[in-house]
Write a protein that binds this ligand. Structure first.
Ligand SMILES: CCCCCCCCCCCC(=O)SCCNC(=O)CCNC(=O)[C@H](O)C(C)(C)COP(=O)(O)OP(=O)(O)OC[C@H]1O[C@@H](n2cnc3c(N)ncnc32)[C@H](O)[C@@H]1OP(=O)(O)O
Length: 205
């Protein structure tokens, strides 16, 4: 890690990669996502829980042996993968991205369940935060940080459905980037957001 990479609370440059973790890293991330879905849905026997704890201990030890700092990890930088290969984020695919906004397709799964087969509102906010952060970054060429994010939930957001997320830059005023976003199931508006993102100064903590 260089001082430059660690400048500020975030990277001041937008680190991207397409090869960190190798050609099957995306398949690895998808397997981890499927595992999270399976855990959320499981009603295991006591014996199976015992087995799984042992198997997971082996897997976790393998992963602990290759742990690396956030600045160099493939997670969050692999722009060729859904949500840049970051399992913290709901998986989305970017269809268009430029300085005016982003169009993405997003699919919530069992892991993101809130209740009654609908997505958890927190994950809807997470998706907006990341895609609006990306919008701010593309509008300015700088890393941006959320100052505020307001989410309005307009109708139920389903799981296992391709949702469209569209973002727009509404105003740029110096370091301030005002943005908006909508999440839709077909023509139906599920949620919308508006936010303010601040472009970080060099060296800003
Ligand atoms: C391809 C790869 C893509 C990669 C894409 C990656 C996307 C990742 C997105 C993740 C984004 C996150 O989750 S970020 C994590 C969540 N957010 C945070 O933790 C932020 C915590 N807060 C802060 O660090 C700070 O408050 C900041 C940075 C937001 C602002 O501090 P600052 O830099 O010192 O600026 P400051 O002078 O206070 O404010 C600058 C101007 O903004 C205004 N301002 C500041 N905050 C607010 C506010 N809440 N509401 C209204 N206005 C505000 C001020 O009045 C001022 O206006 P004026 O006087 O100039 O007119």
């Amino acid at each position: 890690m260089t001082d430059e990479q660690h400048e500020g609370g975030f990277r001041t440059d937008m680190a991207i990669s397409v090869d960190k973790g190798g050609p099957r890293y995306g398949e690895f991330v998808e397997s981890a996502r499927l595992f999270m879905d399976r855990v959320r849905a499981a009603m295991p026997t006591e014996e199976l829980v015992d087995d799984l704890i042992d198997e997971l201990a082996t897997i976790n030890a393998k992963l602990e042996a290759v742990a690396i700092d956030e600045w160099n990890s493939p997670s969050g930088t692999r722009i060729d993968l859904p949500a840049r290969g970051n399992i913290t984020l709901p998986p989305y695919l970017v269809n268009r991205a430029d300085a005016t906004g982003v169009d993405a397709t997003l699919r919530f799964t069992r892991f993101h369940l809130g209740g009654n087969n609908a997505a958890h509102g927190g994950y809807i906010g997470t998706a907006f935060d990341d895609l609006l952060g990306m919008t701010g970054a593309l509008a300015t060429g700088k890393v941006t940080r959320t100052a505020y994010l307001t989410v309005n939930y307009r109708s139920i957001t389903p799981l296992y459905t391709d949702l469209s997320v569209t973002t727009q830059v509404t105003k740029v005023d110096g370091r301030k980037i005002f943005v908006a976003a909508q999440m839709r199931d077909g023509d139906r508006l599920c949620a919308e957001a508006d936010g303010l993102f601040i472009a970080l100064n060099p060296g800003q903590p």
